[in-house]
Design a protein around this ligand. Structure first.
Ligand SMILES: Cc1ncc(C[n+]2csc(CCOP(=O)(O)OP(=O)(O)O)c2C)c(N)n1
Ligand SMILES: [Mg+2]
Length: 399
């Protein structure tokens, strides 16, 4: 078992884990009270993987995670008030209340989200690392994802590019033994996930994810090799989530005894016990860490509750939308018939609009004969010219 660091570091590790635990317990409670909306994925039980990792990262390093990242943002230094306000959908949230639980984001602290697409953050991590390398910066990127994400195509593609381009990135798979309700034995042929990137040239190690010090040391070494040798590595941290996959999970896929067994290895309890037994921290300091967490979370709920909801007329702000495609009730504001901000296509280049309208017109038109293949016909420069349907220019008044 690795040695404990100094007392101040141990206190900080314990206090951070206790804060995240308390924050998430309260987030779950506020979700049940319908104060927090959307989906809610809690990482209760996984605190050592989060805090062990961020405790050895530098300010200039990037962290990118999944949809289970309230704790990751807080561990990176994001104000718990802003995270709670984001869960409540309020203006003082990290994304102005528009992202919610799955999309916590804090560019200032280089916490780059918050992603709902399983495995979607992996190529983005490679992109962040490539940017640092390209600019000659010393920053490394840490990419955290789940065991389930290691089965996606993105995983293999990203490992290959990271190794090929010697990117300063560290991949950390938080193996909590389940992808939703599917156990790792049922979803992955290779259950030692640390081996899964070897063939791509990314070596791996497997670490006890309930031991904050073990995680910390492995991540420190991974960051060193990313930074100094531009050598990507994969760390598998074996951990467990005590709560369901999301707030709505009947948990029929596992036995209560299994959860209880893992509770015995609680990362916060076990670390507190170890610090006290080693004489590094006293019972009083352990209590103090818990009380501080309690107070911070109480204040965060009060702050979030007092923060206003975004005004309705700002609904179309901060949206990235070129057209109103895909159409439908969710894309159209039906308060009044005229176009609203974000629905208007007036800013689109005329050519793009003509193509879009021509495409829409084709949806209604029966094809006559075989449709020409632009690559074969050599007309890829202007694919509308060879089409057999109506001329887009003539369609303008037909809507
Ligand atoms: C590309 C994609 N496929 C499926 C889903 C649905 N989905 C959401 S979470 C999840 C399980 C992911 O498990 P894992 O990667 O182990 O992360 P964990 O939830 O355990 O943290 C799935 C399949 C999704 N969000 N994105
Ligand atoms: Mg998982």
């Amino acid at each position: 078992m690795p040695d404990l660091p100094d007392a101040a570091t141990c206190y900080e590790l314990l206090a951070r884990m206790a804060l995240i635990r308390r924050f998430e317990e309260e987030a779950g409670r506020q979700y049940q009270r319908a104060k927090a909306g959307g989906f809610l994925h809690l990482a209760i039980g996984e605190e050592a993987t989060i805090v062990g990792t961020t405790s050895v990262m530098r300010d200039e390093d990037f962290l990118i995670g999944t949809y289970r990242t309230h704790g990751h943002a807080i561990a990176r230094g994001t104000d718990p008030n802003a995270v709670m306000a984001e869960l409540f959908g309020r203006v003082d949230g990290t994304s102005g209340g528009r992202g919610g639980s799955m999309h916590i984001f804090d560019a200032e602290r280089r916490f780059m989200g918050g992603y709902g697409i399983v495995g979607g953050n992996l190529p983005l991590a490679a992109g962040l690392a490539l940017a640092s390398q390209y600019k000659g910066e010393d920053a490394a990127t840490v990419c955290m994802f789940g065991d389930g994400a290691s089965n996606t195509g993105n995983f293999g593609e990203t490992m290959n590019m990271a190794a090929l381009w010697t990117l300063p990135v560290l991949f950390l798979v938080e193996n909590n033994l389940y992808g939703m309700g599917t156990s790792v034995e049922r979803h992955s042929a290779q259950t030692d996930l640390s081996k899964k990137a070897e063939g791509y040239g990314v070596p791996g190690t497997r670490i006890d994810g309930m031991d904050v010090i073990a995680v910390r040391e492995a991540v420190a070494e991974g960051l060193r090799s990313a930074r100094e040798e531009e050598r990507p590595t994969l760390i598998e941290v074996v951990t467990y989530r005590y709560r369901g996959h999301s707030a709505a999970d009947p948990e029929v896929y596992r036995e209560r005894e299994e959860v209880e067994e893992w509770r015995e290895k609680d990362p916060i309890e076990s670390f507190a016990r170890r610090c006290v037994e080693a004489g590094v921290l006293g019972e009083r300091e352990v209590g103090q860490a818990r009380e501080a967490a309690e107070e911070t979370v109480r204040a965060a709920v009060e702050f979030a509750d007092a923060s206003p909801e975004p005004p309705l007329d700002t609904m179309y702000e901060s949206l990235y939308a070129l057209t109103d495609y895909p159409g439908g009730w969710y894309a159209v504001d039906e308060r009044s018939p005229e176009p609203h901000r974000g629905e208007h296509e007036a800013d689109m280049p005329a050519r793009a609009r003509a193509l879009a309208e021509a495409g829409a017109a084709y949806a209604e038109v029966e094809e006559e004969g075989e449709r020409p293949n632009p690559a074969v016909a050599g007309d890829a420069q202007d694919s509308t010219a060879s089409r057999t349907g109506p001329d887009p220019a003539e369609l303008e008044d037909e809507g």
